[in-house]
Design a protein. Structure first.
Length: 154
């Protein structure tokens, strides 16, 4: 699988590509999942993230995006990653709405820790544990709709 930005080659350890079914299984297996949301979130992402929050996934949000959610602490994404590494509070961290190049480096920082990572942005992230493939906007919306339905059925 090729990263969305071709020059971003992570080394010998690369993300496993998952579809909505695989992502749902990973999320359902997690005991303490969280979702990190950045400032590039759009209306569709907000809608899906709210549904995931209602299903029990804790939201960790940048200050720009925190206003769209209830019971969310405003933090910088860098502080969130530091806390995730130090506290080991979560066993799965999902990424959405963060610029590709920034997510690439955040995932690189988490790569050697116990926490599993899942990028559902629709652009393959090689440093994640698991990632959606490179998807068109339409394919991404279909995948997210299916993911939410699968999570609601649990």
């Amino acid at each position: 699988m090729k990263p969305w930005i071709v020059s971003y080659v992570p080394g010998h350890k690369e993300a496993i590509v998952v579809n909505a079914n695989g992502a749902a299984r990973i999320i359902k297996r997690a005991e303490r999942p969280a979702m990190v949301i950045g400032s590039t979130i759009n209306e569709k992402m907000i809608e899906y993230a709210k549904k995931m929050q209602n299903l029990g996934i804790e939201i960790i949000s940048s200050c720009n995006s925190a206003k769209f959610f209830e019971n969310v602490k405003c933090t910088t994404v860098l502080e969130a990653i530091r806390d995730i590494k130090e506290e080991e509070k979560y066993d799965l961290v999902i990424f959405l709405g963060i610029r590709y190049f920034f997510t690439y480096h955040l995932l690189s920082a988490l790569k050697n820790y116990k926490v599993k990572t899942l990028d559902i942005s629709g652009k393959f992230q090689p440093n994640a544990s698991y990632s959606f493939d490179n998807l068109s906007e339409k394919e991404w919306e279909e995948s997210m709709g299916k993911l939410i339905k699968l999570l609601e059925v649990s």
